[in-house]
Design a binder for this molecule. Structure first.
Ligand code: SAH
Length: 199
């Protein structure tokens, strides 16, 4: 039987896809950021959606993860749409070209560790918040910022709390922010934050 309540990943993807639908913008190239590329599943999703002439910047601090992401993108034939960045997402403000400012339609973060890889390599509150500040400034009007946080690993709870505080402090006159979670999921709690920049 098909379930009726949407899971957090498809919910996030629906918002990202909507922000990247060609009718939503007059600018020619659709621009997006995958702040935590991992094995490249979200990178591929964004690369499909930005279309021909669009661009995705995909960040990760692990070379093996970026290599896997790069193969996935090459296999799909989207290599010319993706710029892989072997650096922390907190450097987004320096890495993205100046003319991308105010034009990023979608940015996504999948926090925590990459399943199947070194679990000690995790996103951290300090760098995550620095990246959120950088990307919030780069986002286009009606751009979507999506952050999926996990609390099950060491440091996860603290990071999720700080991320929640950051989103809740965004001003109502500039942003609409929604926070989704399954309130009866007691192990490895997950929260999806979706924010739309409205001005
Ligand atoms: N927990 C998620 C997967 C998280 S993947 C799930 O269950 O699906 C998180 C990715 O972020 C990892 O590949 C990790 O290498 C990367 N990462 C950690 N710190 C980072 C940083 N500062 N900048 C960019 N990527 C980072």
């Amino acid at each position: 039987m098909q379930r009726h309540l949407e899971d957090l990943i498809p919910l996030s993807r629906r918002a990202l896809a909507s922000a990247l639908s060609p009718g939503r913008t007059t600018s020619r190239a659709l621009l997006a950021v995958d702040a935590t590329a991992g094995n490249g599943h979200d990178t591929l999703f964004l690369a499909e959606r930005v279309g021909e002439g669009g661009r995705v910047w995909a960040f990760d601090v692990q070379r093996a993860a970026l290599d896997a992401a790069q193969s996935r993108i090459a296999e799909a034939g989207f290599s010319c749409r993706v710029c892989f960045v072997l650096a922390g997402h907190e450097s987004a403000g320096d890495v993205l070209p100046k003319d991308a400012a105010g034009k990023i339609r979608a940015a996504t973060f999948n926090l925590g560790f990459l399943p199947g890889s070194d679990r000690r390599i995790v996103t951290g509150a300090g760098t995550t918040l620095a990246a959120l500040n950088a990307l919030a400034a780069l986002l286009a009007q009606h751009g979507i910022l999506s952050v999926h946080s996990y609390s099950g690993h060491a440091g996860g709870e603290d990071e999720a709390a700080k991320v929640a505080r950051w989103f809740r402090a965004l001003p109502w006159d500039g942003w609409r922010v929604a926070e989704y979670s399954f309130c009866n999921k007691n192990r490895n709690r997950e929260i999806l934050f979706l924010a739309e920049k409205i001005s």
